[in-house]
Design a protein around this ligand. Structure first.
Ligand code: 2F8
Ligand code: CA
Length: 546
């Protein structure tokens, strides 16, 4: 090769070498720059890695905190739910207790009403008993007056008996009456003693009733005090119930807030999960990720703060719920105590009601006994009054009888004297005495009518025959005729002939023979009818009073 060529070649090589040197220098510079960049990048990477690791650690810490918070939140929610359940149970218990309390109050009111009714009954019975006692005293006074009257009457009757001793027939009746009166007097004395005993029993019953009434009044005052205590308890319960209702409303509001927080946490948790995934997949974009992480960190911090606030709120809620639970428990215990007191009151009232019922029954029995005594006394009083009236009537009748008998006796004495005189006179005129009559047979003959007129003038009439005892052995007109109605025979005193002693075949005169006579005086049946105008002997009869 020539020199030029060689030269050229040399130049080219030199040029090329320069270029290569330049390139080498450039490359060296570039390499240095690259090395610097590499070192920078390495440092940066190291820093980023450190930051990444720090962030990762921080994220892990945050996640741990988040998990802890979630766990804590879950526990709080569980506590909240437990408290809620407990609160519901307490509310149910509270409602049950309130219902029970209402029932007990109703029972209490019913018992009170019953007690009032029993007290009213008791007062009515006491009033009735007082009236009965007054009636009893009145009856006793009346009975004493009647006894005095009875004694007066007995004395009067004794005097009357002395007056009537002269009258033999009535003396026995009066003696019987006297014996009856003595028996009655003995019965009255027995009744009087019974009444006295009954009065003592009534006085004892009255004292018992007064004691019972004092006891009832004490019970009534106790009941009144108990009622005031119950009313105070009732008002306390009402206030407690209002507080419970307010707590319940607060709890409902808090629950709503917790639910909202829970949803926010859920959303945040999803965002954190997304961030975590982005961090894993976007490792190459560390810078961007770093920014994102920073942002995320801020968000997590905010979430953490929110969670902390929420936790605080939950804790406050938890404490509130706990306080509320304690209050509910106190209310529950108060209600239980109140229920026990009400039950005790209810039992006391029941016992009191039973005692009142027993008192009521005793009073009813006593009232019945008093009524029976009252009726017995009334009956006795009526019987005494009847006896008194009967005795008065008897006395009046005895007086009337006495006066009548006296008058009758005087008349009898007068009549007897007159009869005796008449008899003596008639006997002097040949009148024949037989039984209670005087008979006079005529010594001349006359027609039936004239014969009768003669008898009438003598204060007598034609003889009336009522038995066979009157036998006269002579043919005589007697006082028998059928002039008024043929076949209807009548005596001169107007009475119809019932017993007859016609001779067999008689009477046979029809309208011709209208007057009766004794014709067949030897026969057992001696009567005949004959014409009234025929003149015959006749017989007069004059009745003499016994
Ligand atoms: O035999 C009885 C008869 O006797 C008389 O008649 C014949 C009497 N007459 C006079 O006495 C007028 C009758 O009355 C009597 O029945
Ligand atoms: Ca005749």
């Amino acid at each position: 090769m020539d020199t030029v060529l060689l030269h050229r070649l040399y130049n080219n090589v030199t040029c090329e070498r320069n270029q290569l040197l330049t390139s080498y220098n450039n490359l060296k510079t570039e390499k240095d720059q690259l090395l610097t960049s590499y070192n920078n990048l390495t440092t940066e990477r190291e820093q980023l890695l450190t930051s990444y690791n720090n962030l990762k650690t921080e994220k892990d810490q945050l996640l741990t905190s988040y998990n802890n918070l979630t766990t804590e939140r879950e526990q709080l929610l569980t506590s909240y739910n437990n408290l809620k359940t407990e609160k519901d149970q307490l509310l149910t218990s509270y409602n049950n207790l309130t219902t029970e309390r209402e029932q007990l109050l109703t029972s209490y009111n019913n018992r009170k009403t019953e007690k009032d009714q029993l007290l009213t009954s008791y007062n009515n019975l006491t009033t009735e008993r007082e009236q009965l006692l007054t009636s009893y005293n009145n009856l006793k006074t009346e009975k004493d007056q009647l006894l005095t009257s009875y004694n007066n009457l007995t004395t009067e009757r004794e005097q009357l008996l002395t007056s009537y001793n002269n009258l033999k027939t009535e003396k026995d009746q009066l003696l019987t009456s006297y014996n009856n009166l003595t028996t009655e007097r003995e019965q009255l004395l027995t009744s009087y003693n019974n009444l006295k005993t009954e009065k003592d029993q009534l006085l004892t019953s009255y004292n018992n009733l007064t004691t019972e009434r004092e006891q009832l009044l004490t019970s009534y005052n106790n009941l009144k005090t108990e009622k005031d205590q119950l009313l105070t308890s009732y008002n306390n319960l009402k206030t407690e119930k209002d507080q419970l209702l307010t707590s319940y409303n607060n709890l409902t509001t808090e629950r709503e807030q917790l639910l909202t927080s829970y949803n926010n946490l859920k959303t945040e948790k999803n965002q954190l999960l997304t961030s975590y995934n982005n961090l894993t997949t976007e490792r190459e974009q560390l810078l961007t990720s770093y920014n994102n992480l920073k942002t995320e960190k801020d968000q997590l911090l905010t979430s953490y703060n929110n969670l902390t606030t929420e936790r605080e709120q939950l804790l406050t809620s938890y404490n509130n719920l706990k306080t509320e639970k304690d209050q509910l428990l106190t209310s529950y215990n108060n209600l239980t105590t109140e229920r026990e007191q009400l039950l005790t009151s209810y039992n006391n009232l029941k016992t009191e009601k039973d005692q009142l019922l027993t008192s009521y029954n005793n009073l009813t029995t006593e009232r019945e006994q008093l009524l029976t005594s009252y009726n017995n006394l009334k009956t006795e009083k009526d019987q005494l009054l009847t006896s008194y009236n009967n005795l008065t009537t008897e006395r009046e009748q005895l007086l009337t009888s006495y006066n009548n008998l006296k008058t009758e006796k005087d008349q009898l004495l007068t009549n007897m004297t007159k009869n005796r005189d008449n008899l003596q006179r008639k006997l002097q005129e040949n009148w024949v005495a037989f039984s209670n009559s005087l008979y006079l047979v005529s010594s001349v003959r006359k027609s039936w009518e004239e014969s009768r007129q003669d008898c009438l003038q003598k204060g007598a009439d034609l003889m009336i025959i009522k038995s066979r005892e009157q036998q006269f052995k002579k043919s005589l007109w007697i006082g028998l005729t059928d002039s008024e109605t043929d076949g209807t025979w009548k005596w001169v005193d107007g009475t119809r002939m019932t017993t007859s002693y016609w001779k067999s075949g008689e009477p046979n005169g029809g309208r011709i023979e209208n007057c009766g006579e004794i014709r067949f005086y030897n026969s057992e049946n001696s009567w005949n009818d004959a014409p009234c105008s025929i003149e015959k002997f006749w017989i007069c009869e004059k009745r003499v009073s016994p």
